[in-house]
Design a protein around this ligand. Structure first.
Ligand code: ATP
Ligand code: MG
Length: 438
């Protein structure tokens, strides 16, 4: 993509409404624009990152055996009356009336909706276990929407729902999601620690909040520092095998949010315990028959007996993750994208657009990178080198390839690693071998 043809409205100044770094940088880098409080449009650069995050979430859900569906954003109030949550949910729920005076709502979550789908379709024990998920916008009329996409009113969530015959089955489903979450966040380069958590309005008795440690996190969290050494991607997860021993092993390390943490009962001595702030990027719940019973989601067992399904639900804040990623990956110059979620892998900068040779060299390289399928953003604008460097640092692409008169004369490209700041001059062929697999 050529910057001259792109829609990249960068801001030079820090927007005054943004209190935390991710919000500031997302506005400045032209990733998002606010529509109304807690509601955002995603511009091309932001949308690319959101899509990459979403795709990693999707791949790891699929890998764990969950099946993707898409449920609507608007739900009938009737469903929520069945579960008893319509009144409980209070002002966070955006309630809508259609032209026939039917009560509708913009879904804050989908337990009721998916339970109704499952109840109507599934009648026999042979049809479970199943785990259905979707990636869909949610609306919660938060009292204090703030921090940009981190606490929005409209936000993108992945929510999965498991259906099993019994508690053991439900625990197997829970374990699969637990490990798929560890893998999902690790693939984005995030250390998200599963913490024992309160179940809140969803209900149930087993829950983990996955917390990314960051100074601006809204939760106070406590954990065994050994968590920070753990790496899920170092091994493989066998989703067909028994994950319980591995689950016990991982959760044997203490980690809890302040809601649950009790210094008197904490197994880690106070001087060893890590205390930090956390951003909740996901939460898993096991809640048994809390929805299946009132909503009549039952199947016939092997002997014809009626079995209320055992359920769990598993959420990931897809849009919040974009903010969380920036909170832990930035410097004074701007964002530093991890490769896995970077909107483009390479930022190609032509320092001297007016110079015929520079332009030919940059155009040529751009063409070769594109042909090799490399995601490249090519700054072909007639701007000062300083402005171009600042823009590239701000938007945070992992690698910058800089073309100027001296390099063109020598047949080299200056390559800068955004994270380390390291620069090296590479011959064009070497550069292509490294980045375009030639
Ligand atoms: P929080 O405690 O942060 O309000 P929650 O516990 O109410 O979140 P869940 O119902 O667990 O949220 O939703 C699943 C995930 O959706 C959360 O872990 C979080 O990452 C994300 N999420 C929840 N509320 C918001 C929001 N207002 N804006 C952006 N993401 C959100
Ligand atoms: Mg939660």
């Amino acid at each position: 993509m050529r910057v001259s043809q792109y829609f990249l409205p960068l801001l030079r100044e820090n927007p005054s409404e943004a209190q935390i770094v991710s919000h500031r940088l997302m506005l400045r880098a032209g990733m998002i624009r606010q529509s109304s409080a807690g509601i955002y449009s995603w511009l091309p650069l932001g949308w690319r990152v959101l899509s990459k995050v979403e795709q990693i979430v999707r791949e790891e859900q699929d890998r764990a055996g969950a099946l993707e569906i898409l449920m609507p954003t608007i739900q009938p109030a009737e469903l929520w009356r069945e579960s008893g949550r319509y009144d409980d949910y209070g002002k966070e729920m955006l309630r809508i009336t259609d032209r026939h005076d039917r009560e509708m709502l913009y879904g804050p979550t989908n337990e009721e909706q998916v339970t109704a789908i499952f109840r109507d379709a599934v009648k026999s024990y042979r049809d479970v276990p199943k785990n259905l998920y979707h990636i869909q916008w949610k609306f919660r009329d938060e009292v204090r929407p703030r921090f940009g996409v981190m606490r929005g009113r409209e936000f993108l969530m992945k929510d999965a729902y498991s259906f099993d015959l019994d508690k053991e089955g439900a625990k197997r489903a829970y374990n699969k999601m637990f490990f798929s979450y560890l893998r999902t966040f690790a693939r984005m380069g995030l250390k998200a620690i599963p913490m024992q958590a309160e179940t809140g309005p969803i209900g149930g008795d087993l829950s983990h909040e996955f917390q990314v440690l960051a100074e601006t996190g809204e939760s106070e969290v406590f954990c065994d520092p050994a968590w920070l050494e753990r790496d899920i991607l170092a091994g493989t997860v066998d989703y067909d095998g028994d994950l319980e021993p591995a689950f016990r092993d991982w959760t044997s390390l203490y980690a809890a949010t302040s809601d649950i943490h009790d210094p008197a009962k904490c197994p880690v001595p106070a001087d060893k315990l890590a205390t930090a702030r956390g951003i909740e990027v996901g939460q898993t719940f096991y809640f048994g028959s809390k929805y299946s019973k009132p909503m009549g989601a039952v199947v016939a067992g092997p002997n014809g007996e009626e079995i209320a399904l055992e359920m769990g639900s598993y959420g990931i804040g897809v849009s919040r993750l974009v903010g969380a990623l920036i909170e832990v990956n930035h410097d004074d110059g701007g964002i530093i994208w991890p490769e896995a979620v970077a909107p483009f892998r390479i930022g190609l900068v032509n320092l001297r657009v007016a110079d015929e040779k520079c332009r030919a060299a940059a155009d040529d390289l751009y063409g070769k990178l594109r042909n090799a399928g490399v995601e490249v953003l090519y700054d072909d604008r007639d701007e000062s080198p300083g402005a171009k460097f600042a823009a590239m640092d701000l938007i945070g692409l992992p690698h910058q390839a800089i073309i100027g008169p001296r390099g063109v004369a020598a047949g080299t490209i200056e390559v800068k690693n955004r994270r380390s700041g390291a620069r090296e001059d590479m011959p064009v062929e070497g550069f292509l071998a490294r980045f375009a697999g030639r």
